[in-house]
Design a protein around this ligand. Sequence first.
Ligand code: GTP
Ligand code: MG
Length: 420
Amino acid sequence: MQEKALLVIIDLRSEKNRWPFEDVAQELRELTHTCGVEVVDTIECVRDKPTPNLFIGKGKAEELRSLSQEYEVDAVIFSHDLSGTQQRNLEKVLEKKIVDRTQMILDIFALHAKTPEGKMQVELAQLQYLMPRLVGKGILLSRLGGGIGTRGPGEQKLEIDRRRIRQRIEKLKTDLEAVVLHRHVIRKKRKAKSLSQVVLIGYTNAGKSTLLNSLTDAGQSVHDGLFTTLDPLSKNLKLPNGEHVVLSDTVGFLNNLPHHLIEAFKATLEELKDAELLVHVLDASHSRVYDHYKAVQEVLRQLGAEDKPIITVLNKIDLIDDEVWLSRLKNDFKGAIGISAKYNRNTGLLLHEIQKNLVPRMEYHEIIIRYDTMELLDIFYKEGKILDSQYLQKGIKIKVNIPKIIFDKLLQGKKIEIVN
Ligand SMILES: Nc1nc2c(ncn2[C@@H]2O[C@H](COP(=O)(O)OP(=O)(O)OP(=O)(O)O)[C@@H](O)[C@H]2O)c(=O)[nH]1
Ligand SMILES: [Mg+2]
């Protein structure tokens, strides 16, 4: 049976960059749906600042207790992160499973991670979240502890658990370092082949994977929910001038993404640092698109990648009827390209823009390929773009754009003759 939850949206007046109630509620609802949990009601709780023992006031906690019993919910989900003490105390008062935002995001990540690397990253983030919460009698998280109302280990066992968890964290960190190293080797190989790396970034659900699919034959899974992609894919992409680049998908960002997650996913996000160009995909049909933009900029800053060249893409224009909204966005995001990844609108324009923003690696040549080495023509077709070809007595004369590195190799082998 589907689990049911009551959502508690806390409006903290002391908080910087507060989002309006309805927007926080909407995002928490989407997270909850993505977890496969039904929302029965959303309660607002306005406070100046949190209290150390319950986060919310005693009266409010009592009110939530009766509401959650009335609705017969399995869990009460909070829009803000709770300390271990707050969580335990709330659990005592409400007699329900208490879940905070980070925990829910971690749960979604755990559900969506498929590769060993993705799973390791999620486990690391979960354990790091758990460590400071292992106090007093100890609690265990929903998934780690095996469900609602699980009691934690006793005092003695707690020390052992703590030590084990610490060891496991260290092991995961070492293993992930090996992954980083491996990726580094792959990237070096790409560099040696002189392939530029273009990385798609953006808020979760903006349409990054859809765009990767429409530009390449990636076949990335696409879904209307949050954090669909945890195991990003890189694909070869041929630009209009014939140049090949590597196009990579990434994990979606979110406002106030838990820092444990950013830390744990650094191995994956390392790709970003090596990118020659970033493509920031925005869901232009979303009313919070400006906040999404800011949140992505913030994560880029945390990753030290905010100075990279970047193309802004206004995706999902097929969903926009309001011309005023679109022109406002185009005005605010100067130079942004409006596209529909789903219906392949303006994606050609985007390819040209990507090409324009990359340091040219292609060279133009006019050459003759002798008939006895005609097989070379395949290389030109595959690696470059043939603009014209002419059959002469000596061989085939072609006008071609080709990566310098490949051209130089062919020239060394003296298999071609330069005409121009
Ligand atoms: N109408 C419309 N829907 C789109 C467009 N692009 C993507 N979508 C839909 O938006 C949803 C999310 O798309 P994804 O490609 O999975 O988004 P993502 O950015 O990869 O999301 P995460 O992997 O979760 O970060 C899916 O339901 C897509 O079908 C578009 O141009 N128009
Ligand atoms: Mg995706």
